[in-house]
Design a protein around this ligand. Structure first.
Ligand SMILES: C[S@@+](CC[C@H](N)C(=O)[O-])C[C@H]1O[C@@H](n2cnc3c(N)ncnc32)[C@H](O)[C@@H]1O
Length: 260
């Protein structure tokens, strides 16, 4: 296992996440390096030249870890992750269930706010997705001070939830980002303690309606549904600021329900 990683950034934003080990390895874009010998002495903020390429060692904060993360399944981005965390009231010391883990994009946001006293339970049906998500979480664990207790289950949430219920687990929040939310809501709603909230991330609107009906059927009260629209601004070439040109994209509809 790697004890520490360092993050190097090239001009233009390309990043290299390097395990700080004392052995030669090939890193795409940097060639063959011995990370400990070549980078072990480089302080955060300091520049280093690797084969004529100037790189800066940068601190591994959440935005940089997200930018440099491995990707497989589509991730939940910061615009939706931030709102989910706020609307579910997730904070230090809470216990949260998240399914599916996917690439771990949302999990990294959750881990950051749960802190060392929190517990994150992740569930993922596809092992090849879990490998990527777990690697991203491991990087975060090795680079942040204060990582939650993390428990991962491979399998479908519908099969894992009864085991969690059997263990007597009660949680503060559940976030579902799945193709079919209904069986997952049926399986997990009982795990939510009073005042706890469930959210579903629904790329299409029929998922939203089905999730709403399913939350109510399982005794949860609807609290909020909607879409978060982000409009980025930039500096205009002739001065002033304006919304940037580009696609005005859709990610998903979100729904939040609460256990009273
Ligand atoms: C869109 S991805 C999740 C991405 C994740 N939220 C992120 O931010 O990186 C959806 C994941 O759910 C997994 N999945 C699908 N059905 C599932 C189920 N019933 N139980 C657990 N995971 C499931 C898929 O394999 C996939 O990896």
């Amino acid at each position: 296992m790697v004890d520490q990683y360092i993050l190097l950034e090239e001009e233009g934003g390309k990043m290299y996440f390097v395990p700080l080990v004392d052995e030669s390895m090939k890193i795409k874009g940097l060639g063959v390096v011995n990370p400990m010998n070549d980078f072990g002495h480089v302080n955060i903020g300091q520049m280093i030249d690797v084969c004529g390429k100037p790189l800066r060692r940068i601190p591994p904060r959440l935005p940089t870890l997200i930018r440099s993360m491995k990707r497989r399944a589509q991730t939940i981005s910061d615009k939706d992750a931030g709102v989910l965390i706020a609307k579910l009231g997730i904070g230090d010391g809470d216990t949260v269930i998240e399914a599916g883990l996917g690439s771990g994009g949302l999990s990294m946001h959750l881990a950051r706010v749960l802190g060392r006293h929190g517990t994150l339970v992740t569930v993922e049906a596809r092992e090849e997705h879990a490998l990527v998500g777990l690697e991203n979480l491991e990087r975060a664990k090795q680079t942040w001070d204060g990582f939650p207790n993390h428990i991962h289950h491979n399998g479908k949430i519908e099969s894992v939830a009864p085991l969690l219920l059997h263990e007597g687990l009660l949680v503060d929040a559940i976030i579902l980002d799945l193709p079919d939310h209904v069986p997952a809501i049926d399986a997990t709603a009982e795990l939510l303690q009073v005042g706890g909230r469930m959210a579903c991330y629904c790329p299409v609107s029929n998922q939203l309606e089905q999730a709403w009906l399913s939350c109510e059927k399982n005794g949860l009260s609807f609290e909020w549904a909607g879409e978060i629209i982000e409009r980025q601004w930039g500096r205009a070439s002739k001065g002033g600021m304006r919304p940037v040109n580009g696609p005005f994209g859709h990610t998903a509809f979100l729904i939040v329900a609460v256990r009273h």
